[in-house]
Structures are given as C-alpha cells and as structure tokens.
Write a protein that binds this ligand. Sequence first.
Ligand code: SF4
Length: 83
Amino acid sequence: MAVRRQRLCRRHAGEGGYMNVILHKDKCISCGLCASIAPDLFTIETGVVTLKKNPKTWNKNDWKSAKEAAAACPNGVIEIKET
Ligand code: SF4
C-alpha cells in the first residue's frame, strides 16, 4: 500500500530557517486533538486531518500552534520541519 505522504509547504520562518509541514494522513485516526489545539489550522471534517488555510500564510503564532498540535498528535501524523 502506498504511503499517503504530502509535503504541503516550505516557507521562510523569519529567523534564518524554513518551515515545512507534512501530513502523514494514512496514520490519522481522526481523534480531533490537532483541531482542538489549533482550530484555525487543522480540521478533520473530511475524515482525516487537512489544513484549513495555506501554510504560506501562517504566521509565527500559527507555526507555534502547529508545533503544539504535532507534539500532541498520538500517531505522529503532523510533521513540522525546520531547516
Ligand atoms: S491529532 Fe493526529 S490523529 Fe488526531 S486528528 Fe489530528 S492528525 Fe489525526
């Protein structure tokens, strides 16, 4: 079975780095925790986690919330990368 791995964004983080958000949707169990932590960023309306707005528009607080959601996700679905 193919792994549904989606690289969604790469943007400048404002302090010398780049931020990526990758959703490993095949592992999402639709628990809703990410959407409760970061309701402006994540939704599970389609049955699995999806983004509510383009990460290119995310500000510093959005990335902070996304990191909190990623840390809380029980299955490691949300991957935030700083490069
Ligand atoms: S917290 Fe993780 S498993 Fe739960 S809905 Fe969000 S992405 Fe899916």
